[in-house]
Design a protein around this ligand. Structure first.
Ligand code: NDP
Length: 293
């Protein structure tokens, strides 16, 4: 068993990428007379969504982007939201925008995602962008999986020929992640297995993983018995657990039980400070691209 694991450090990696983005933003400003501009639509007052959107707006400021936050009440109608999306699609002063998910029950998320112009879909959720990703064509990659690729590249983690197990098959994380890890690219060229809630004997499968990427949304679910020695483990999950010993009353953890699993790994992401910062960074990279940078 390895006890000297290394951290896949999302903070350090995102700092390096953000410096590149800030330079790109200055070039866009020189060329076009204005910096890249991202808008974020926030519906309702879900605390987690507010935190995510605030961190995206703050990140824009840090790299010299313009950002606009558009808030709508939780009882906004689908029609009003679709009208807003149409107006953002038509707004030439904006390079890209996101509609923060999840949306309230009265709104069909799929309809909203489909309404976003693919050229402004910097979250990379539109079927056209996902289809282009499948075919290896240029487009906007979904932020979390593309941030994970950047993280693996930054730390020069070898992926070619490895068995990558992705646990979770959501449209925004697990499924695109599996596609990207199997592409003929670096990072990529893995043999990929996708596991989900109907997978039989999950432990037997995760134990085969040279690279284990977990996006299931269950706190501390992956224990050390589910991971093989020297594995690379990427933990996408993020959860708040009550912790009265902390000043703020909570601590963050992932889908992987870090303390138990880390000693077995060659590389592992911390939570927080692993995948999270990379997701925001990828969104800014997509926005820079949308602005022609
Ligand atoms: P979803 O809830 O959309 O998908 C969860 C997936 O996990 C599903 O495919 C589900 O299977 C699978 N799953 C659930 N339980 C099990 C189980 N017991 N065994 C195996 N598979 C299981 O989640 P997301 O992909 O959107 O997000 C996953 C986690 O990542 C969440 O904690 C979320 O907060 C976090 N996240 C973090 C981001 C970041 O930047 N750090 C960005 C995005 C998400 P099935 O399809 O069969 O239901």
């Amino acid at each position: 068993m390895s006890t000297t694991y290394q951290l896949l450090d999302g903070k350090a990696c995102s700092k390096a990428v953000l410096e590149r983005i800030a330079k790109g933003a200055m070039e866009v400003k020189k060329k076009r007379g204005r910096p890249p501009h991202l808008a974020a639509v926030l519906v309702g007052d879900d605390p987690a969504s507010q935190t995510y959107v605030a961190s995206k707006v703050k990140a824009c400021e840090g790299v010299g982007f313009q950002s606009t936050l558009l808030r709508r009440p939780a009882d906004v109608t689908e029609g009003d939201l679709l009208e807003l999306v149409a107006s953002l699609n038509a707004d030439a002063s904006l390079d890209g925008f996101i509609v923060q998910l999840p949306l309230p029950k009265q709104i069909d998320e799929e309809r909203v995602t489909l309404a976003i112009a693919p050229g402004k879909d910097v979250d990379g959720f539109h079927p056209q962008n996902l289809g282009r990703m499948m075919l290896g064509l240029p487009g906007y990659l979904p932020a979390t999986p593309s941030g994970i690729l950047e993280l693996l590249k930054h730390h020069e983690v070898p992926t070619e020929g490895k068995h990558c197990v992705v646990v979770g098959r959501s449209n925004i994380v697990g499924t695109p992640m599996a596609v990207l890890m199997s592409r003929n690219a670096n990072p990529g060229n893995c043999t990929v297995t996708v596991a989900h809630s109907r997978t039989r004997d999950l432990r037997a499968i995760t134990r085969q993983a040279d690279i284990l990427i977990v996006a299931i949304g269950k706190a501390n679910f992956i224990g050390e018995d589910m991971v093989k020695d020297e594995a690379v483990v990427v933990d996408v999950g993020i959860h708040r657990l009550e912790d009265p010993t902390r000043k703020n009353g909570f601590r963050l953890c992932g889908d992987v039980d870090f303390d138990r699993v880390a000693p077995k790994c060659s590389w592992i992401t911390p939570v927080p400070g692993g995948v999270g910062p990379m997701t925001v960074t990828s969104l800014l990279l997509n926005t820079l691209k949308a602005a022609g940078g």
